[in-house]
Design a protein around this ligand. Structure first.
Ligand code: AMP
Ligand code: MG
Length: 334
């Protein structure tokens, strides 16, 4: 695990005014990191990612089994900041049944006809699941703020621009508050990329045939609005980092740093939920014991005679433990 002292550096303190220039895009270039050296950091980051990936697979099973909470991870960034790769790497060990990823593009006419949170509400993870938003309702205070001409003028309702965005931030905060009160853990990641690194990644995409597909015609035109986007991010992060749904500004110029940090923050936060495997009442346990006895004793063995019990099967339902404690794990089907 990464030290909490270091993780704290990346959290946007609720109520603070964000100046993105004060957040690193390349953590390996900072003074404290330089002491370690890039190679050491890379190896450490890979180890941390690996360890957290395994742990995330375990905690995800616990989220699924306990079925009381859901987790919502939100990723926002400039193009080519590595959202897709981070999601793929961090979630690679997780059971696909327990997680869902939604990528949000330009809204359809139907979506635009509803309130701006509508399409995201429909994609929220139910209890027991991890939901990932690759872009989210934050686009409605980012790209739309940079291009207010895309906003249907009817929606302004005669409000001034400033009030309109303030109300959207307020709606987002209230929405997230509502979700957390109802059992959703929300973590929000802004992958903070430098303009220089974006140029390098775009050029790599433009000179590698296997990466041509990643280039979108809008990439170059949106890059021209770099300053406006940074401003929109600063306002959104300042207004919507809350105790219940904090923003993390993740240095994204080195992919291995970004992935290790995100994985560590997710695992740390999910562990903090203090989830438990479901318990079985004494009556239900009696029924389980009876079912097991029936299977073992009364049912005829299949043709070919008795098969040896597979090693380890017995330990799945430890009857001694059952009698001692009412809080026992549910036996898992083989
Ligand atoms: P990508 O994620 O690179 O495939 O691009 C998706 C595009 O959809 C980006 O240019 C986003 O800015 C855009 N987009 C996503 N959500 C919205 C939204 N609510 N309003 C307008 N554009 C959006
Ligand atoms: Mg894109």
């Amino acid at each position: 695990m990464i030290k909490q002292k270091l993780i704290k550096k990346f959290i946007v303190r609720p109520g603070s005014k964000v100046d993105l220039k004060k957040f690193d895009t390349d953590w390996t270039g900072t003074e404290e990191a330089e002491k370690l050296g890039r190679d050491t950091i890379k190896k450490r980051a890979q180890r941390i990612l690996e360890k957290n990936r395994e742990e995330l697979a375990q905690v995800q099973e616990l989220i699924y089994a306990s079925n009381t909470q859901s987790v919502l991870l939100i990723f926002q960034a400039m193009d080519a900041a590595g959202k897709d790769g981070t999601i793929r790497h961090v979630m690679s060990g997780v059971d696909p049944q327990g997680c869902q990823v939604f990528s949000f593009k330009k809204p359809s006419a139907e979506e635009l006809d509803h309130n701006f949170l509508w399409r995201y509400m429909k994609a929220l993870p139910e209890r027991g699941r991890i939901g990932i938003f690759n872009r989210s309702y934050y686009e409605d205070v980012l790209v739309v703020k940079v291009h207010p001409e895309w906003l249907d003028q009817k929606r302004l309702n005669g409000k001034s621009g400033k009030d309109f965005w303030r109300e959207r931030y307020e709606d987002i905060n209230n929405f997230e508050r509502h979700l957390t009160r109802n059992g959703t853990l929300i973590l929000k990641f802004f992958l903070h990329l430098s303009k220089g690194e974006q140029k390098r990644r775009f050029l790599d995409r433009l000179t590698t045939p296997e990466k041509y597909w990643k280039v979108s015609p809008s990439d170059m035109s949106e890059r021209k609005f770099w300053g406006e986007y940074q401003g929109a991010f600063e306002s959104a992060l300042s207004a919507t980092s809350t105790k219940w749904a904090p923003w993390y500004v993740i240095p994204a110029d080195r992919k291995y740093v970004a992935r290790a940090l995100v994985a560590d923050i997710v695992v740390g936060a999910v562990n903090g939920l203090d989830l438990k495997y479901p318990t079985v009442s004494p009556d239900a346990m009696k029924a389980l014991v009876a079912a097991r006895k029936e299977l073992e004793g009364n049912e005829r063995e299949p043709k070919g005679g008795k098969r040896k019990r597979r090693q380890g099967t017995k330990s799945r339902l430890n009857l001694q433990h059952v009698t001692k404690s009412l809080v026992v794990p549910v036996p898992v089907a083989e």
